[in-house]
Design a binder for this molecule. Sequence first.
Ligand SMILES: *Cc1c(COP(=O)(O)O)cnc(C)c1O
Length: 433
Amino acid sequence: MFYHSTNDPSRRVTLKEAVLRSLPPDNGLYMPDSLPVLGSEFWHDWRDLTFQEMGCAVAGAFFGTDVPVVALRQMVEDTLTFDAPLVTLGPGDHVLELFHGPTLAFKDFGARFMARLMAWLTRKDDRELTVLVATSGDTGGAVAAAFHHVAGTRVVILYPKGKVSGLQEKQLTALGGNITALEIDGSFDDCQTLVKSAFLDQSLTESLNLTSANSINLARLVPQTFYYFHAARQLSCETKPVFVIPSGNFGNLTAGLLAMKLGLPVGHFVAATNCNDVVPEFLRTGIYAPRPSVSTISNAMDVGAPSNFVRMQALFGGSWEAMKTEVSGMAFSDEQTLSAIREVSARHSYIMDPHGAVAWLAARNWRERHPGAATITLETAHPAKFPEVAAAALTTDALTIPERLAILAHREKIAVSLGNGIPDFREWLVSSL
Ligand SMILES: *Cc1c(COP(=O)(O)O)cnc(C)c1O
């Protein structure tokens, strides 16, 4: 299959170029030339497949002509080494737990698959690959863990100083080896701007053999479609789920839209954000007005110019009317998020992380307006990743910290401090790598 830029459908590239280049030279985003649809042989028994078998079938629809089935199956099986269970809190109120991976965030799905696909695509190259990634919190940790000790790769992670949680920071800075963390004196948008500047610099991309691991990378999107199928089949056959997605860069929501294009029956999508509500506002008014991000307690969603928005537009042929028939948006404040965590804990003895809590509020709002609807709230991180938020919301200390997170607290942070200017960043890249 070929891929093209959202800015120029006529410039087609291979899977290898789309994945390793990550960002087309015209500053658009790569999309598949044609969207596959799963055939009747899949739908015949899709509810009986294992999670891994389901992943293989979906991945095959996208990559089957480029990657041999044996290699693809290995990538999927190595990615899906943990489950994504669906938990029911109340009537129609379902939560899809996407935090059972190594870094306790849904980004493990995308990062683990991408690392394996990149390794396969470059298996015959003799140059080291440099993975450059900006993170507002969880991306960096997931990418670092996915690439740690992967031969032939090194990873440089940019994160905004003081704007990620203590444990998130440890996930980025304590691995060492082929992983380097850059602490940027600026916002997540500044980090993203720096990464983009490197990719737009032809000589740099070539000399450093740069590739990106942000949610702009196509290889991250496909594995994120797997769990939409996995969740939907756990409901009764008659129920079309309404997926409620806590959103920042909108990669997760874009993956949901791809699942729908593959043929998955979906009732509706609800994009839930914190006060960084550029997309909910667009869905309401038709006006897209990106702006600088604002810090919130759901910090992985503090994005003022969501990078996957152009993909969402492409999937709806640029039509606002078409998009809003399938996708609604809702935004909630930090106060509302804290009271949601409190309420879910009191009513269901279930502790949500701040991102999932934003989505849970949107799901409840949807069910109130659509009685009988079944909502699936994507719980994108384990609550223990945000202990400060849980402590602010809850009086009891009901949070259990998983072992793989607890050990990080004792590790040493190692990071390089940099300002948010492009020249300094460029100089660091050239002199340090
Ligand atoms: C990254 C992240 C999000 C936002 O996902 P997008 O795909 O960027 O919209 C939501 N919740 C958590 C916990 C995250 O880490």
